[in-house]
Design a protein around this ligand. Structure first.
Ligand code: C2E
Ligand code: MG
Ligand code: MG
Ligand code: MG
Length: 282
């Protein structure tokens, strides 16, 4: 009986694996087409200065407008894009689009602060990021200081040497740098002191137990204080409640981003959103 159920388990596993592999091959082919056919779209999520309640940045988050499945989350296709090399054309599309859009807003006098673009480690390893960024800044006319690149802590920690050169090159262009998902990569803050980052984005998992769980709250307060003492601006990701907002404010956190303020929205909704925040007193 054990053998039979073992066999069954194997068959189910094999079947699921085939479906999974097939799904990925099909998905990769479709994504390749989607990139060249402009079937991707950027949503923007505001980053808020906790003291004045103004928008200081917009994070560009890619979605795929899929014929059968509607808007597909990047969680579903970024890892596959990284494995297949599609992250290069995808990353280039995102960078170009975000720079063009931000340059449009900039020309219209819309005060969005910075547009923040997520950059994958694989993309950094494979393409000449500095040349690419420089090209898109020039073709769009976006001032370099209006662009921020988000690089994950886990990539930085595993590629510390390559990263240092890249960061210097990007810094030289005048773009800002943010460390994304901070707290998930097990680095020590003291080690980060030498890296030229403007912002540390504390991963949203740290906020989940705040303020109910004392230990989470204590960790968050400590990270904010230490990060600030090292000269970083601190942004908390995944703020969903008023209690979290006021806790962060009391903890001297600089910026926040999350559904409490706004979900990611399409580009056309951005100007109105910025006006709305500007009109409300903190
Ligand atoms: P991320 O860079 O950490 O982006 C934040 C994610 O948290 C976004 O998910 C955002 O929609 C979500 N989020 C925002 N506020 C809240 C909140 O209050 N609660 C919760 N639970 N979640 C919130 P999204 O858009 O699905 O993106 C997921 C990840 O995909 C991003 O994580 C980023 O790592 C990656 N990604 C998105 N766009 C790009 C891109 O253009 N290039 C690359 N390389 N990666 C991207
Ligand atoms: Mg990000
Ligand atoms: Mg993040
Ligand atoms: Mg994240």
């Amino acid at each position: 009986r054990a053998k039979r159920s073992g066999g069954r388990t194997y068959r189910y596993y094999a079947k699921d694996w085939n479906a999974y592999a097939h799904d990925r091959v099909v998905l990769a082919a479709q994504l390749r087409r989607a990139i060249s056919n402009d079937e991707l779209v950027l949503y923007y999520q505001p980053q808020i200065d906790l003291r004045c309640n103004k928008v200081v940045g917009l994070e560009a988050l890619v979605r795929w407008i899929h014929a059968d499945e509607g808007l597909v989350s990047p969680v579903r296709f970024i890892p596959m894009a990284e494995e297949t090399g599609l992250i290069e054309p995808l990353g280039e599309w995102v960078m170009k689009k975000a720079c063009q859009q931000a340059a449009d807003w900039w020309q219209q006098g819309i005060e969005f602060g910075r547009v923040a673009v997520n950059v994958s480690g694989v993309q950094i390893e494979r393409s000449d990021m500095v040349a690419q960024v420089s090209r898109f800044l020039e073709s769009s006319g976006l001032p370099a200081e209006c662009l921020e690149l988000e690089i994950t802590e886990s990539f930085l920690m595993t590629h510390i040497e390559a990263a240092a050169d890249l960061l210097a090159g990007l810094k030289h262009l005048g773009v800002q740098l943010a460390m994304d998902d901070f707290g998930t990569g097990y680095s020590s803050l003291a080690y980060l002191k030498g890296l030229d980052f403007h912002t540390l984005k504390i991963d949203k998992s740290f906020l989940e137990g705040v303020p109910q769980q004392g230990s989470d709250a204590e960790i968050l307060r400590t990270v904010v204080a230490l990060g600030r003492s090292l000269g970083f601006k601190i942004l908390a990701e995944g703020v969903e409640t008023e209690q979290q907002r006021s806790f962060l404010m009391d903890s001297q956190c600089n910026y926040a981003q999350g559904y409490y303020f706004s979900p990611p929205v399409p580009a056309q909704a951005v100007p109105e959103l910025i006006r709305k925040f500007a009109a409300v007193e903190a």
